[in-house]
Design a protein around this ligand. Structure first.
Ligand code: FAD
Length: 321
């Protein structure tokens, strides 16, 4: 039976994040011929709403308020609940991003809905949306369906392929005046620790360094390679704990979970807690001077060698392409 699916787009630093297109593709999958309604919160949303339509949303509802310009749990929960009240969707899909992870359980609880979090795939089976999600730090996958009530899910970035873009597609863009009140937190200012670069959680290529880089200076060759490849720089907790880089770069169980097309791990031993954040990457290249390092067990390609020899050579070769 055709269903109405609400998908929440995400705007960060003035750009619509890729995960916004991925939630549309997931929404189409479970709408079963029904309607996929995009939702966007923030300011100056018109061009982002049009993009969501080009990527397959049937129409988009926007809520523009200064209180929604930056994510806060309170304001976004209020906005989402009011959109749900207006639209009465049968399913809601949000990106499994840092804000999505925060918003979804709270909103699902308020709606008395079941939540499947961190899905990497979804298909319709016997009229039900069946989500696949990793468990045991990515060592196994389980399938989950919500038996009754609203189907609420978050999808991990970089796993569901967006639909083909069609810039001739049109759809209704409506704006609703949400009532945001009694906020317990407001954001006065955002001071970024890391500057520019590719967003780690959505990056297609990641060059990650571990304790083997030996110093903050040791990250330089990795940054140069990342620049040539258009990649984001990541790190193990070992490197963060040693103060070679900021914790915002940490990948793993207690850091970011990433699924790039290519993950280059340099000077990272491959502890289970690190693998939890990157082992589902499509192609893993490990560079380590210890041939027994556990990272080689998950690597598709392994280079046994000193990263300070190997990385500059890779950079030079990629520059020629
Ligand atoms: P090490 O294990 O010290 O490995 C360094 C590697 O570099 C070695 O394999 C060495 O052979 C190699 N090397 C050294 N010099 C060179 C060189 N010149 N060229 C090439 N290779 C070289 N870790 C995470 O990463 N993410 C997490 O989210 C995370 N969460 C955790 C949560 C908990 C509850 C706990 C207990 C631990 C967690 N850890 C996490 C820590 C994890 O257990 C490891 O300690 C950490 O991942 C090790 O980092 P590393 O691989 O950089 O360092």
């Amino acid at each position: 039976m055709a269903k109405k699916v609400l998908v929440l787009g995400e705007v960060k630093d003035g750009d619509l994040r890729n995960v916004s297109y991925e939630v549309i593709a997931a929404g189409k999958q479970i709408a079963d011929g029904g309607e996929v309604v995009g939702a966007l919160f923030g300011e100056n949303l018109k061009s982002h709403a049009e993009k969501m339509i080009h990527y397959g949303a049937d129409r988009v509802v926007t809520a523009e308020k200064p209180e929604l310009a930056q994510y806060t749990t309170d304001a976004y929960t209020q906005a989402l609940l009011q959109v749900c009240d207006l639209e009465s969707p049968e399913s809601i899909i949000i990106g499994h991003t840092s804000s999505g992870k925060d918003l979804a359980p709270r909103a699902a609880a308020k709606l008395d809905a079941g939540l499947v979090s961190d899905a990497v795939d979804v298909v319709m089976e016997n009229g039900k949306a069946v989500f696949t999600r990793p468990i045991y730090s990515g060592k196994a996958f389980e399938k989950k369906a919500i038996e009754e009530g609203i189907v609420f899910a978050t999808v991990r970035p970089n796993n569901i392929t967006p639909l083909d873009v069609d810039s001739s597609r049109s759809g209704d863009i409506s704006s609703i005046n949400v009532d945001i009140k009694d906020l317990r937190t407001t954001i006065k200012d955002v001071v970024k620790k890391t500057s520019g670069g590719v967003d780690l959680s959505e990056a297609k290529i990641i060059v990650a360094g571990g304790r083997g880089v030996k110093s903050a200076e040791g990250f330089k060759p990795l940054e140069e390679l990342a620049e040539v490849l258009g990649a984001a720089v990541g790190a193990s907790r070992g490197a963060c704990d040693a103060e070679y880089c900021d914790y915002s770069l940490q990948i793993g169980q207690t850091g970011k979970v990433v699924t790039p097309d290519l993950y280059i791990a340099a000077g990272i031993s491959g502890a289970i807690q690190h693998l939890a954040g990157m082992s589902n990457s499509k192609v893993i290249v490990a560079i380590n001077k210890d041939p027994e390092a556990p990272i080689f067990e998950v690597a598709d390609y392994g280079i046994v060698g000193d990263l300070f020899d190997v990385i500059p050579k890779l950079t030079e070769e990629f520059k020629k392409i």
